[in-house]
Design a protein around this ligand. Structure first.
Ligand SMILES: Cc1ncc(COP(=O)(O)O)c(C=O)c1O
Length: 452
């Protein structure tokens, strides 16, 4: 290898300009002239380098990253094993198309997926470029296997922005608005959302399961249902954690009626929630699992992994795509997965959980507008409402706190059907002192926004 290693990034927050700085502003003017305004930007500080828990912008500001590029850089940006694997692979060959002349890296990723995903049964995988593409293909496979058409998804669910996955996604604005018509044969069941369950959190598991069964029975018909697609912990919809036992009952029901249970672990997968996959917490073994985001340390790669009989039910040539399982992305994934094992990143996610929960619970005790603190591992959230037991969502306060965090060089993300959820997704490579400092900034922003 002839490349020189990059100098390590100082793991300190440092603001040398107001944000965005002048160079970022220049780039943003170029963006306005050339990039579709259909792409929104949360914080227009243009990034030049990143690593550990820091993003360095073109003006030299060091920002604390609490977003991981939406749960992607779980192993950290430019993680050493990912960089080395990519550099080596890119020098060897960049593309052949696996469907034309295959290569080992693709097979090795599928071997890893078979080993790491829940269940000890025989599995097969197919690789794609994005999460949405993986979900689309999981539905294709489920339809072929069952000979059925209908797919059930859940309220608050998010599965992507292609036509089929827009249909599966619940939230209209900004994901679906004006983009219809959507694919047919998609049905939606209520989500087991404890905070907002009409019968109260204590009845959520039981009543939400009954409501799901009711939708399948009355609107779909069990024998017409090809797949149930579910995020074991919802992402964009608000980091909704269903009550214990609910997912297992859904899984058992699917098993009883020959419905393919597709666990969409695109956001929750690969150590993010303190285990390899969020299904592991519930001891649920889905028939098919979709993965992306954290899988490859920032390179575009996605997987569909499932029972061998299901995945092999598709005719030869039925799955694929020009770039799916690109060798550079596969090499990155192998480097990322090695890093997760060697550095015990599931353990690190649990440590991050305790740092955050401790601080966020203290904050909840202080501010009654924090109606809920929830999540697992390094996938945590607070939901902001009117307070004093009134669950009316407060997206205005959420936006105000977010803006104050951004001004201080803390990259935070919001989410939720009502835009009132703060989500925390730091890279698992973040040192403790950055996590604590980011939480100080969040706390300060909260105090200022609620006093205003
Ligand atoms: C649970 C889930 N499914 C699917 C997707 C779509 O993935 P992509 O943006 O890679 O298409 C996302 C993206 O946020 C997601 O969180």
């Amino acid at each position: 290898m002839t490349s020189t290693p990059a100098t390590p990034i100082d793991q300190q927050r440092k603001l040398v300009t107001t944000l965005p700085g002048p160079k970022s502003q220049e780039l943003d003017a170029r963006k306005a002239a050339t990039v579709s305004s259909g792409l929104g930007v949360a914080l227009p500080a243009y990034v030049a380098r990143a690593g550990g828990g820091i993003l360095v912008d073109v003006d030299g500001n060091h920002l604390i990253d609490f977003g991981s590029g939406i749960a992607v850089t779980t192993v950290g940006n430019s993680a050493p094993a990912v960089v080395a694997a990519v550099q080596e692979q890119v020098a060897d060959f960049t593309h052949t198309c696996f469907m034309i002349t295959p290569y080992e890296e693709y097979v090795a990723v599928c071997e890893q997926l078979a080993e790491l995903t829940p269940g000890n049964h025989e599995k097969r995988s197919a690789l794609f470029n994005s999460g949405a593409e993986a979900v689309e293909n999981a539905v294709k496979v489920a339809r072929t296997f069952t000979g059925r058409e209908a797919v059930v998804a859940f309220e608050h669910g998010y599965h992507g922005r292609t036509n089929l996955t827009m249909g599966l996604t619940a939230k209209n604005m900004p994901y679906k608005h004006g983009f219809g018509p959507f694919a047919p044969e998609i049905y939606r069941a209520p989500m087991a959302y404890p905070l907002r369950w009409p019968g109260g959190p204590e009845n959520c598991a039981e009543e939400a399961f009954k409501a799901f069964v009711y939708v399948v029975h009355t609107q779909v018909g069990e024998t017409n249902c090809a797949a149930v697609v579910i995020e074991p912990i919802q992402g964009e919809g608000g980091f909704v954690v269903p009550p214990a036992g609910w997912l297992r009952r859904v899984a058992e029901y699917c098993h009883e009626y020959g419905i393919v249970l597709v666990a969409d672990e695109i956001q929750t997968g690969f150590c993010r929630t303190g285990d390899w996959f969020a299904c592991d917490h519930e001891d649920v073994v889905p028939d098919v699992i979709t993965t992306a985001k954290g899988i490859a340390g920032g390179l575009p790669l996605a997987g569909v992994t499932g029972r061998a009989d299901i995945m092999d039910s598709v005719h030869s040539g039925g799955l694929g795509g020009t770039y799916g399982g690109n060798p550079v992305a596969c090499a990155a994934a192998l480097g990322a997965m090695r890093t997760m094992r060697e550095q015990d990143l599931c353990g690190r996610a649990k440590e991050i959980e305790s740092i955050f929960l401790n601080r966020l619970e203290q904050l909840r005790a202080k501010y009654d507008v924090i109606a809920d603190v929830r999540g697992r591992g390094a996938m945590l959230a607070v939901e902001l409402t009117a307070g004093a037991g009134d669950l009316t969502p407060d997206p205005t306060l959420t936006g105000a706190v977010n803006k104050l965090c951004h001004e201080q060089g803390l990259v935070t993300l919001t989410c939720g059907t009502f835009g009132n959820v703060f989500r925390f997704l730091p890279p698992l490579s973040s040192p403790d002192h950055l996590l604590e400092e980011g939480l100080d900034i969040f706390e300060d922003a909260f105090a200022r926004a609620t006093a205003a």
